[in-house]
Design a protein around this ligand. Structure first.
Ligand SMILES: Cc1cc2nc3c(=O)[nH]c(=O)nc-3n(C[C@H](O)[C@H](O)[C@H](O)COP(=O)(O)O)c2cc1C
Length: 318
């Protein structure tokens, strides 16, 4: 394992992506206890909820874990204060530039690792002094850029002198081995952990992830500037039709379209609502067929990655 991953106190170079409304303290602690980096997703949740989940994780593990801070959240300032006080090991950030918070995080001994969708943003993040970047391809669940993981990772690895963690479309040991071969220091998986036993999304949402085929996701929100990958369902199909219609008719009714998205992930997670709820998941959902506990996910993934790296590819040889 790379010195950077070792410095985080991990047994395995695997992050569990901080997923809004999904990745709570229990999931993060289960991943931490299993040797990976568990990350609580703060999303747009108020600071009190984030503090509660951090406390829950601390009660369940003495291993390091992280918090994902959404920089566009209306509660970002309070969430940052909660994270600073809790002195979690790692902060990952989404949706923006964490530069203004970096001195405070550093002073608290917290490593800062933003998610980036491109070489340009990775370079900017390196300049503002982050510790590493998570380069995420558009195969991933949740908010996406336009680069694929396969094309993005080696370009980011060549462009920066800080560790790169690969995310997007990684669901087993073959994906981990491939990411390491592309120069990544480790991986972040989100969709794989939606099917973890310790992940308490609504059973209908989890069943949809387990049932999904390779082509069962689509990207909503591309026209309104917030593209997000979700499973195909009534909600996501209607969303895409509505935003295309707003764009074609130039009626500037994107506010109405955004209203469809508001709270849709939370509804899916809490009530399993597949009519107005977004079942966010990545393209790798098609590979995930069983609900397994976090320890088994990590052990099987690492064993398969090691086999790939020691003995070559699995599957069809040339
Ligand atoms: C349901 C869901 C919610 C997510 N929420 C967030 C989030 O709040 N912040 C963030 O930075 N990434 C978020 N992500 C992205 C994940 O942290 C992770 O980078 C991504 O899932 C990796 O790709 P994969 O889904 O192919 O494994 C989310 C992903 C999913 C599936």
């Amino acid at each position: 394992m790379s010195p950077f991953m070792q410095s985080l106190g991990l047994k395995y170079p695997i992050f569990q992506g901080g997923m809004a409304w999904v990745a709570n303290g229990e999931l993060a602690a289960a991943v931490a206890n299993a040797g990976g980096l568990g990350i609580i997703g703060s999303g747009h949740a108020p600071a009190a909820i984030v503090a509660k989940e951090i406390a829950a994780a601390k009660a369940l593990t003495d291993k390091p874990f992280g918090v994902n801070v959404m920089l566009l959240s209306p509660h970002v300032e309070e969430v940052v204060q909660v994270v600073l006080q809790a002195q979690v090991a790692v902060v990952t950030t989404g949706a923006g530039n964490p530069a203004k918070y970096i001195p405070a995080f550093k002073a608290a001994g917290i490593k800062v690792i933003p998610v980036v969708p491109s070489v340009g943003l990775a370079r900017i993040m390196e300049r503002v002094g982050v510790d590493a970047v998570i380069a995420e391809g558009m195969e991933s669940g949740g908010h996406v850029g336009s680069m694929t993981t396969m094309a993005l990772i080696p370009q980011v690895v060549d462009a920066v002198n800080i560790p790169v963690i690969a995310a997007g479309g990684i669901g087993d040991g073959r994906g981990v081995a491939a990411a390491l071969m592309l120069g990544a220091a480790g991986v972040q998986m989100g969709t794989r952990f939606l099917a973890a036993k310790e992940c308490h999304i609504h059973e209908k949402y989890k069943a949809a992830v387990l049932k999904a085929k390779d082509i069962d996701t689509l990207v909503t929100g591309a026209y309104i500037g917030h593209p997000a990958r979700v499973l195909k369902n009534k909600m996501s199909r209607q969303f895409v039709i509505a935003e295309k219609s707003a764009a074609v008719h130039d009626d500037n009714d994107f506010a109405a379209v955004e209203e469809i998205a508001n709270g849709s992930l939370r509804r899916a997670v809490e009530t399993g609502d597949d009519v107005t709820g977004s079942y966010m998941a990545g393209q790798i959902a098609g590979l995930i067929k069983t609900e397994t506990d976090c320890a088994t996910i990590l052990q099987e993934t690492i064993a398969q990655a090691q086999a790939c790296l020691q003995h070559g590819v699995t599957g069809n040889y040339l």
